[in-house]
Design a protein around this ligand. Sequence first.
Ligand code: NAD
Length: 334
Amino acid sequence: MLKFGVIGYGYWGPNVVRNLDQLDGSEVVLVCDKSPAARKRVQKAYPHMKVTATSAEVISSTAIDAVAVVTPVWTHYELAKAALENGKHVFVEKPFTSSVAEAEELIAIAARKKLKIMVDHTFLFTGAVKKIEQLLEEGALGKLYYYDSTRVNLGLFQHDVNVLWDLAPHDLSIIDHLIHDVPEAVVATGQTHVNSHEDVAFITLYFPDKIIAHINVNWLSPVKIRTTLIGGEKKMLVWNDLEADEKIKIYDKGVSMSAHPSNLHQLLVSYRSGDMHAPQVEQVEALRTETSYFLQCIERNKRPFNDGVAGLRVVRILEAADKSIRSRGEAVNL
Ligand SMILES: NC(=O)c1ccc[n+]([C@@H]2O[C@H](COP(=O)([O-])OP(=O)(O)OC[C@H]3O[C@@H](n4cnc5c(N)ncnc54)[C@H](O)[C@@H]3O)[C@@H](O)[C@H]2O)c1
């Protein structure tokens, strides 16, 4: 039985506590939150669980094997570092850290101490992303052309990071997982309106082989949209994550061009418009699959695919995107 301490019981923390506590191979023995109201909520939901206001109590506890860090981004490095230094495996929220340097340091400590880091890139464990991965691997879409995501809603404003660091890690981790390549350059634009952090931002990623990815993130949208278009040479798909059923629709549509048989300077464009179909998408809670995978990785001494290095790849793009925003959209090479 793996014993967990969880630090942070705000919006996302309750999901992490519930999943870690319900798994067969683990239990949550201590939850830490600075806020008395949050600790009260833990006690009401789990009367048997211990609570504390001090993270050091979790980190130094000899009864704890692994720590989940579910606090704001600027605290991840400090808390994860202390946990690793004290011999605990770490499950840390996205984005992994606030900088590349911090991520590299945590990876080095974990390697030295032979401990696991898992970064909560939750979407990688959703039925939708697993299905898209399968379609790409089977070559159902043909050669990949583009990934274009819109992830917008009103709020929730974060106080420590801009909208890019809050919402884009989801798409960046998905893109990293699906494309199996690192981008060559990043172009990003954004603007601050309500406070000093960008609340509207757009990122473009240039990959080798002409693959392009675009992400639109916005805290000032009147409506919530979670729609991604993925286009390939053979087929295209639309993933609407807000749909209860038929989240993914695959369109047998495409364009091809060829030279005119009698006039080589004239191009013939032909559009293909075939059927649409919506494949079955697994409906298990992603965080359940992910936390269970974390236990497996620890038990079997396996490297998680969403480890610190995967977290670092996302943070590296976020850092480059921030740099590009400062210069109003100059390309930053990676
Ligand atoms: N994986 C996902 O889908 C997902 C979804 C939402 C949030 N998140 C991530 O989870 C993290 C937390 O986000 P949230 O929305 O739950 O934030 P939140 O502000 O609602 O909750 C954070 C909690 O941490 C507590 N806290 C802060 N510093 C602490 C410290 N040093 N010691 C003890 N407690 C401390 C606060 O009192 C608060 O209750 C962020 O990194 C965010 O990006 C991930």
